[in-house]
Design a protein around this ligand. Sequence first.
Ligand code: R5P
Length: 300
Amino acid sequence: MFWGEKMADLEGFREARDLTGGSCSCNGDFHVRGCNHLDWGMKNRISRIIKPDTGRTVMLAVDHGYFQGPTSGLEVMQDTLAPLAGYADCLMLTRGILRTSVSPGVQAPIVLRVSGGQSVLTELSNETLNVAVEDCVRLNVAGMALSMYVGAPYEHQTLVSLAKLIDAGHAVGIPILAVTAVGRDMARDARYLALSSRIAAEMGANIVKTYYCENFERVTQTCPVPIVMAGGKKLPEIEALEMAHNAVKRGAVGVDMGRNIFQSDCPVGMIKAVKSVVHHEEKPEKAIKIYEDEKKSLKI
Ligand code: R5P
């Protein structure tokens, strides 16, 4: 009889080994600060963004079009992304670009920008949540990113959006990256960036993206969750590498860099150099060689 046939599976059954005095748990200390209390799905997604082997990340930010339109280096997204996607630890972009310009076979995890509603032509900071969490689940994203504008005209609106996003993210296990955006006339100093970053963490953001500044350690030390450094405007390659180096030395877990990679005259060389600085603490003067060698190889 059917049940009898199943019983045969029990023949030769071996008891589980005795674990007295030991443990079978591999969920000990998590490699990302401020995240040990999170559920498995959250931790798994964060591990896709911040790599467990180094505790660091090089995110490639290519979301600029959400308010700037087709900026230099991002005119045709497939052309920019195809050579770089394999090197990025994570891609930060909008759902429109994800669906139209990124292969679903891409291995890099996605942090989706879910705030917007403004353009460079009007007053910046007037952003709100503009993607439903259901769509983020549908797109299988590893994280959701939203800009908050502390001290700017629409501060309250952006902070309320952040709170709603954090609730929605926690309900489905998707972590939140809060971007401390800076209004046009505001100083990017440690006092302001520490204030913004700390508010993001207090509200429940899992990762904070903020700008590099003097006394950057004041920003990282007073924020209980990991900080990734935003790249900012295009700098000479060596200066961008120095900034990344200083940021990780002063407590950042990595970078979320855009223009300093995709506007470089050798984007692949640049992302490789940034990765060596972030993951292997290579000195900028050595890492620049990686960029230069890659550039030379293109000319041969
Ligand atoms: C900032 O709010 C957006 O995410 C930007 O589009 C992105 O951070 C810019 O990256 P970068 O300053 O490195 O070009």
